[in-house]
Design a protein around this ligand. Structure first.
Ligand code: PBG
Length: 330
């Protein structure tokens, strides 16, 4: 026998002791469920995201109801806009009768208990496929874009959005959106800022889902360099000062260290986005029988919470809630 006073294994000796000493918990209250919608009919499967579909409005209402039944009470909507409605000025982004406002009004009526979150950015509506307006020289215009984002945010609030989520990464947009919402009487509508959104290759399947890939270049002049973590703290200070109610790190899994740094630095709730590429990796491995889907997904979601995230945007939201319920883990 070796002379050991400290034996951490004592705290792992059986299920009961393990659950007494468990540090992190997860439940459906932590999930936000992203949904893709389109103007057509039915469900269109998304090839690179098996199990996720583009939903017609009718299918959206069914999915929202199913989500509520699984105790998932927050959804975020992403629109697939027909090519013919995309323009350089992305004006469809604030069309009151557009896809997103129509969906919001109807969801609010049918499911008042559902938390409705919207994405603010121009890429689904832009013929350039960029989050901002593009100058003739191919430059992404900051301040001009913000004017449109404010119109988009107010239009979404008017239609019933509870939380507005700017994902565009223009400088100063949180403050301007806050002012625009307040001016129009939407002081109760929250802003969940994509604070540290990286120019990541893990968004590939999402861009397939919406046909929203940039038509030229990349998003590196506005989204963050994946090599940078300190810079996330600068973004967080700015978003906080501008009035963000919650801040986000995206992608989540490859950037857990950034979630942790923001947790150390900010007292705001933190959201993490398990993005389309993360979903695709887990799904592909599971479909090949290479990973146990349930166990690896729940572990990946717990990792976000352990790193310091309060809320997780995940395409697995419904499924994970059902798995957790099966295991009576909440
Ligand atoms: C666009 C937006 C993107 C995602 C959410 N909002 C893609 C991008 O920035 O190109 C990605 C989500 C995912 O990959 O799951 N503003």
């Amino acid at each position: 026998m070796i002379d050991l006073v400290k034996r951490p294994r004592r705290n792992r000796q059986n299920t009961w002791v393990r659950s007494m000493t468990q540090e992190t918990f997860i439940g459906p209250q932590h999930f936000i469920y992203p949904l893709f919608i389109h103007t057509g009919t039915g469900r269109i499967p998304i090839k690179s995201m098996p199990g996720c579909d583009r939903l017609s409005l009718d299918e959206l209402y069914l999915e929202a109801q199913a989500a509520l039944q699984d105790d998932v009470r927050a959804i975020v909507l992403f629109p697939a806009i027909p090519e013919a409605q995309k323009t350089k000025d992305a004006k469809e982004a604030y069309n009151e009768n557009g896809l997103i406002p129509t969906a919001l009004r109807e969801l609010k009526k049918r499911f008042p208990e559902l938390v409705l979150i919207t994405d603010v950015a121009l890429d689904p509506y832009s013929s350039d496929g960029h989050d901002g307006l593009v100058s003739d020289q191919g430059v992404i215009l900051n301040d001009e874009t913000i004017e449109i984002l404010c119109k988009q945010a107010v239009c979404q609030a008017r239609a019933g959005a509870d939380i507005i989520s700017p994902s565009d990464m223009m400088d100063g947009r949180v403050g301007e959106i806050r002012k625009a919402l307040d001016r129009e009487g939407f002081t109760h509508v929250s802003i969940l800022a994509y604070t540290a959104k990286y120019a990541s290759s893990f968004y590939g399947p999402f861009r397939d889902a919406l046909d929203s890939a940039p038509r030229f270049g990349d998003k590196k002049t506005y989204q963050m360099n994946p090599a940078n973590a300190r810079e996330a703290l600068i973004e967080a200070s700015l978003d906080e000062a501008e009035g963000a109610d919650m801040i986000m790190v995206k992608p989540g899994g490859p950037f857990l260290d950034v979630i942790y740094r923001l947790r150390m630095h900010s007292n705001l709730p933190i959201a993490a986005y398990q993005v389309s590429g993360e979903y695709a990796m887990l799904k592909a491995a599971a479909q090949n029988g290479w990973l146990n889907e349930k166990k690896t997904v729940l572990e990946s979601l717990m990792a976000f919470r352990r790193a310091g995230a309060d809320v997780i945007l995940t395409y697995y939201a419904r499924q994970a809630s059902r798995w957790l319920k099966e295991e009576q883990r909440y």
